[in-house]
Design a protein around this ligand. Structure first.
Ligand SMILES: Cc1ncc(C[n+]2csc(CCOP(=O)(O)OP(=O)(O)O)c2C)c(N)n1
Length: 791
């Protein structure tokens, strides 16, 4: 015993030294983060950056949280988490400033390449070829976004994927995606944003599903200016949520209350709590209260306008940096001098980081300015151009647009002189560069671009059965699930009964409820579940039961799925397929076709509108080979129509953006899609008997739209064109009209006024008569065609 004593003492000393070191490292991190907030705000107020939102007041809680964030874990958070990012080694202070300046160089702002406001972080999930990186050995951050609580639905999916992987008899294919489902999704949200339905829906689903989700609420008492008394029952989110608390033999979530200035207290609670989530997949909520916001909400205003004097005093006293410092001194871990040195070091470091970031941001623009002024000076004889040159040269903080404006203004005076030609060439070069910087990567552009998938036609055996549309899909999904172990499908009534139209009938029994399953009625978080799973490298098919209910799930699709690839400049992809059914059946909420709304809100997704189930299956095959998100709208009235079953069910593809001419004709081009195609076909048969020959084009996908300009080719032949769909006037038919007339130059080939024929302004009325008088019908089409022929 005795002989061991010196060792024990030494070990204790070592572990004390390490402990002390760790704490001082954390203290330095919180000081650096605070400096970054203070300096960041100054950069906005002096005009170098446009807007700033900072994490001051949340520093200590976030270094505590970062301690338990391990490789393989995911974060779905919001704009307050700079300290967490610094402490996790996922952002440098310099990168933080680069994003503040909107530096478009991805090496400088690795989160968004200048596309997002500051503190909207992300890490890279996919490589340049669109293949998933090793996410098991990296700390992973899904891309932040501004809509409050918008991160919640995605967080559910990121956590759910761990559950899926743990239950799955994981094959080698998933080695880089999971370590037996041990990954926790850390989710952060402000206390005011918990008022959003997103929060409640997500936590309810997490509690039902039992997924490894750790939700941190930074409670600083206000949502901008509105205090929590106006936000939350009993002004306390953890109190309001008591009914969610997991008990013995129930599901639910564990709820903890922490104080945001209490470094030691937080670490003590978090260590076992996070381990418990990892081990058991029981979700937890950490209500981090008594958090401050020393600089107010953002650079858009000051908090003195809405915080009482007493509150401001309280915030000063309970500032987490002050409290941490006092705790360190009280526990004799360091004295005031040592801490002062750390504070000064942090100040200096942040100052230098800011200077570096600014230099990296401004240098390329200054190079453009230099080259532009040199080119302008070659046009010596024109004094007004020399003025433009001087103005540009003396601009201390030029923007890329200032360069383009200067060149454009000079080019207004363009002659054929070599100097102007050189200037124009440089202008073209810069415009290409700017397009790449600001407009690229809406969709995958590399090998995983869905647009690279070319057509493989369906083949048919001689004795090919003619079966119901839903049976075509059922056989297709059966083959798909046999052949692709990354595909998962879920939604309301999709598991046990195999969806409301039996596309998945019997398949849960065969493939198990880990791959095909029912969900609660919660469209918003079904979408989020799909988004999160797709981000983790799976191929989810998430169902919205009827197209009319897409509205409930639209926000995460529009704000999150559709923008992810763009806002990370290609570093994250969401290969989610949203499956739904619509266009035409019965009544106000079961026959909607709100395609204009979809087209306006889902740029960044592909929109498939197959006319039957054979085409739909071919489109699924195409989509599953690319990495982009898509919406598949099956025809609600098409499941019981007979179709011939292809023999190459999982091989044939319907390429996106390639319309199909389903009937050739010479007099009128009829452009349409989806359910109404059959009505157009019926009308065309009658018109044929009246000697009016219709060419019917099924566009097949609205996004992308007619990539080969097949429609204008048809119009050249017929000189008459009509766009027919079931949307409201000015919706998708107007979209198609615009594309053909403007983009394809169709106006040059029309002999009579082109038309759109659409549903009425209102939702479709119930019953067969309601349908007939609300949506375009055979007679409408015949009358319009005759009118056009007589015009
Ligand atoms: C859907 C939506 N509504 C409103 C806003 C504007 N907004 C931005 S932050 C914010 C307050 C959020 O407060 P809280 O959740 O407490 O987080 P904090 O900013 O205090 O950290 C509001 C209303 C928004 N970004 N998104």
């Amino acid at each position: 015993m005795e002989s061991n004593a010196p060792d024990t003492v030494l070990q204790e000393k070592l572990s004390f030294d390490n402990f002390r070191k760790e704490i001082l490292k954390d203290y330095r991190a919180v000081c650096e983060s605070r400096e970054a907030s203070l300096l960041g705000r100054r950069e906005v107020l002096t005009g170098k950056a446009k807007f700033g939102i900072f994490g001051d007041g949340k520093e200590v809680a976030q270094v505590a949280m970062a301690k338990f964030f391990k490789p393989g874990d995911f974060r779905a958070g919001y704009y307050r988490d700079q300290t967490f990012m610094f402490a996790s080694g996922l952002s440098t202070v310099e990168q933080f400033f680069s994003q503040l300046y909107a530096d478009p160089d991805i090496n400088n702002d690795p989160f968004s390449a200048g596309r997002q406001m500051n503190s909207h972080f992300a890490t890279k999930f996919v490589d340049e070829n669109g293949d998933w990186l090793d996410l098991v050995n990296s700390k992973n951050v899904s891309s932040d976004m501004a809509p409050t609580a918008g991160q919640m639905p995605r967080a559910l999916g990121l956590a759910y994927a761990s559950k899926f992987f743990r239950k799955y008899d994981a094959s080698d294919d998933f080695k880089h995606l999971t370590n037996n489902g041990n990954e926790v999704c850390f989710c952060t949200i402000g206390e005011a944003s918990t008022s959003e339905g997103h929060f409640w829906e997500t936590l309810n689903a997490a509690g039902v599903l039992q997924v490894p989700l750790a939700v941190f609420i930074w409670d600083d008492g206000y949502g901008i200016s509105v205090p929590k008394q106006y936000q939350t029952i009993k002004a306390s989110i953890s109190t309001a949520m008591q009914g969610f608390q997991k008990e013995d033999n129930t599901n639910g979530i564990n709820i903890y209350k922490l104080k945001g200035w209490d470094y030691a207290g937080m670490c003590e609670i978090l260590e076992p709590a996070i381990q418990n989530i990892r081990d058991t997949h029981i979700p937890a909520l950490f209500h981090v209260d008594e958090v401050t916001q020393p600089q107010g909400h953002s650079t858009s205003g000051s908090h003195e306008r809405y915080k009482e004097y007493e509150r401001l005093l309280w915030e000063k006293e309970w500032d987490c940096l002050k409290q941490m410092k006092e705790w360190i001194i009280a526990n004799t871990l360091a004295d005031g001098d040592e801490l002062y040195e750390i504070e000064m070091g942090a100040k200096q470091f942040v100052k230098q980081s800011r200077i570096n970031a600014w230099a990296k941001y401004i240098d390329p623009i200054k190079k453009q300015v230099k080259k532009t002024t040199a080119l302008l000076q070659k046009i010596k004889y024109d004094t007004s151009i020399q003025d433009i040159s001087k103005e540009l040269a003396t601009n201390h903080e030029p923007l890329r647009k200032d360069v383009i404006k200067a060149i454009s203004t000079a080019l207004l005076k363009s002659t054929n002189s070599p100097a102007f030609i050189e200037l124009k060439n440089y202008y073209d070069e810069l415009m290409n560069e700017n397009r790449e910087i600001f407009n690229s990567h809406l969709y995958n552009e590399g090998p995983k671009s869905t647009l690279h998938i070319s057509e493989i036609k369906p083949t048919y055996n001689e004795d090919a059965p003619v079966i119901n549309g839903y049976e075509v899909l059922n056989r297709y999904f059966n083959k798909l699930f046999e052949s692709n172990n990354k595909v998962v499908a879920f939604g309301e009534d999709l598991g046990m009964i195999g969806d409301v139209n039996q596309g998945f009938s019997g398949l849960q029994n065969k493939f198990g409820n880990n791959r095909i399953f029912d969900t609660g009625i919660r469209e918003l978080s079904i979408m989020g579940q799909g988004i999160g799973m797709a981000l983790r490298g799976l191929r989810p098919i998430a169902e919205i039961q009827y197209l009319d209910y897409l509205l409930y799930g639209l926000q995460p699709l529009s704000d999150d799925a559709a923008t992810t690839h763009y806002r990370t400049k290609g570093q994250q992809s969401v290969p989610l397929i949203v499956r739904t059914r619509g266009h035409r059946l019965e009544g106000i909420w079961h026959s909607g076709s709100p395609m204009g709304m979809i087209l306006g809100s889902l740029r960044g997704m592909y929109i498939c509108v197959p006319r039957n189930m054979v085409q739909a299956a071919g489109m699924y095959n195409t989509l599953l080979q690319g990495n982009d998100p898509a919406l598949m709208i099956e025809c609600l009235n098409g499941y019981r129509l007979k179709e011939k079953l292809p023999s190459n069910l999982i091989e044939y593809t319907v390429p996106l953006g390639i319309p199909e001419i389903i009937k050739e004709g010479t007099d009128i081009t009829m452009v349409t899609y989806g359910s109404i195609t059959r009505i157009v076909q019926e009308a065309a048969e009658i018109l044929e008997k009246l000697y009016i020959s219709c060419e019917i084009i099924d566009v097949q996908t609205l996004l992308p739209f007619d990539r080969e300009h097949k429609i204008v080719a048809s119009l050249k032949k017929t000189s008459r064109i009509i766009f027919i769909d079931e949307d409201v006037p000015g919706g998708a038919a107007a979209f198609m009209y615009n594309r053909v007339m403007e983009e394809q130059g169709g106006y040059r080939w029309v002999d009579v006024a082109p038309r759109t024929l659409t549903g009425k302004d209102h939702r479709p009325s119930y019953g067969s008569d309601g349908d007939y008088f609300s949506k375009p019908n055979v007679e409408d089409i015949i009358m319009t065609a005759k009118e056009m022929m007589e015009e």
